[in-house]
Design a protein around this ligand. Structure first.
Ligand code: ZN
Ligand code: ZN
Length: 321
């Protein structure tokens, strides 16, 4: 019996030490036991947290509340860069804050996680996709870094060639068709309707769009879980490019500065490697940390990213080199 206790104590001590070693050097370790093979990033363009997770009754996000049983939420997640659409999406994709022209005429400097992923895995272009309602996001498929420019580019689908936006309903349909046809491993979806209604100063339309995107999150997750190529090996990350001004700084119609309403954004994720039914407010995690976290999930390096891994959302923080 005494030997048993000695053994247990020894195991506990060694676990504690391992844990400290591994978490301290988290970024340097490559996971061997993660289940994620595909990552879908769903960017809802420009809701405020005050109408989503921080609405007192959470009445506009009933499907997220149900999905929370399987998901993890970071309640203090921030965009600390430029709170505009092109720059926000670019930070999500390349893990750095770049201040880009918001008309879609300026290509990011740094390569995107699509490029890192396709190169590292030696995969064809149709395994990585940008599927967007806003056509200006095409500019995020490439970069100006001469080591990466015009290489390992993802496929882009914004619905049409003539640079007009399409509805979120059509974007979701296109996402489903692409999953069925190409079986991509890495996808970013952009949904625009919330942002457009906000800019039109249309409160009812803005709220309606928030409810629609809530349904669409569930629609995307149900579709993933109904496809044998994706079920139980796919991580869905729901986030925003930016919020909108809080009421003391201009209100919901616009966005683009550093007020809390513009900077505070959603990070809600579901996947086989993440904690479930958990809310996290530790770690000062921010928008540029998403890319490196996906690098850990799919096991590829992002040399130019200066974000950190969002280690507190993982079920198992033990990683082996
Ligand atoms: Zn936006
Ligand atoms: Zn603001």
């Amino acid at each position: 019996m005494r030997l048993f206790f000695v053994l247990i104590s020894f195991m506990l001590i060694s676990c504690t030490n391992d844990y400290e070693d591994f978490t301290e050097n988290f970024d340097d370790y490559v996971p061997t036991s993660l289940k994620t093979e595909n990552v879908i990033i769903l960017v809802i363009d420009g809701p405020r947290m005050s109408e989503t997770w921080n609405e007192p009754n959470k009445q506009y996000i009933p499907d997220r509340i149900k999905l929370m049983q399987e998901g993890v939420l970071i309640s203090n997640f921030m965009n600390k860069g430029t709170t505009l659409t092109v720059s926000g999406h670019s930070s999500i994709l390349n893990g750095t804050y770049e201040n880009l022209d918001n008309n879609g005429t300026e290509t990011p400097i740094n390569p995107s996680l699509f490029q890192y992923f396709l190169k590292d895995k030696k995969l064809p272009n149709d395994k990585a996709w940008i599927i967007a309602s806003k056509s200006k996001l095409k500019v995020l498929a490439n970069c100006t870094d001469p080591k990466w420019k015009d290489q390992y580019l993802p496929k882009i689908d914004t619905g049409n060639a003539n640079n007009t936006n399409r509805t979120d309903v059509l974007t979701i349909e296109s996402f489903k068709n692409t999953l069925t046809k190409s079986s991509p491993n890495l996808v970013m979806i952009n949904l625009k309707d919330v942002d457009i209604a906000g800019h039109e100063n249309n409160w009812d339309g803005y709220i309606e769009a928030i409810k629609n995107t809530d349904r669409q999150i569930k629609e995307v997750w149900d579709f993933i879980q109904s496809d044998a190529n994706y079920k139980d090996k796919t991580t869905l990350i729901v986030t925003n490019d930016h919020g909108r001004h809080d009421d003391d700084n201009g209100g919901f119609q616009s966005h683009g500065d550093k007020c809390k309403g513009c900077q505070h954004i959603e990070f809600f994720a579901i996947g086989p490697d993440f904690k479930k039914n958990t809310i996290i407010n530790l770690g000062n995690y921010e928008q540029k940390d998403i890319a490196k976290t996906i690098g850990i999930l799919l096991n590829f390096p992002l040399e130019n990213s200066d974000g950190k891994v969002i280690k507190d959302i993982f079920i198992n923080p033990y990683f082996i080199r």
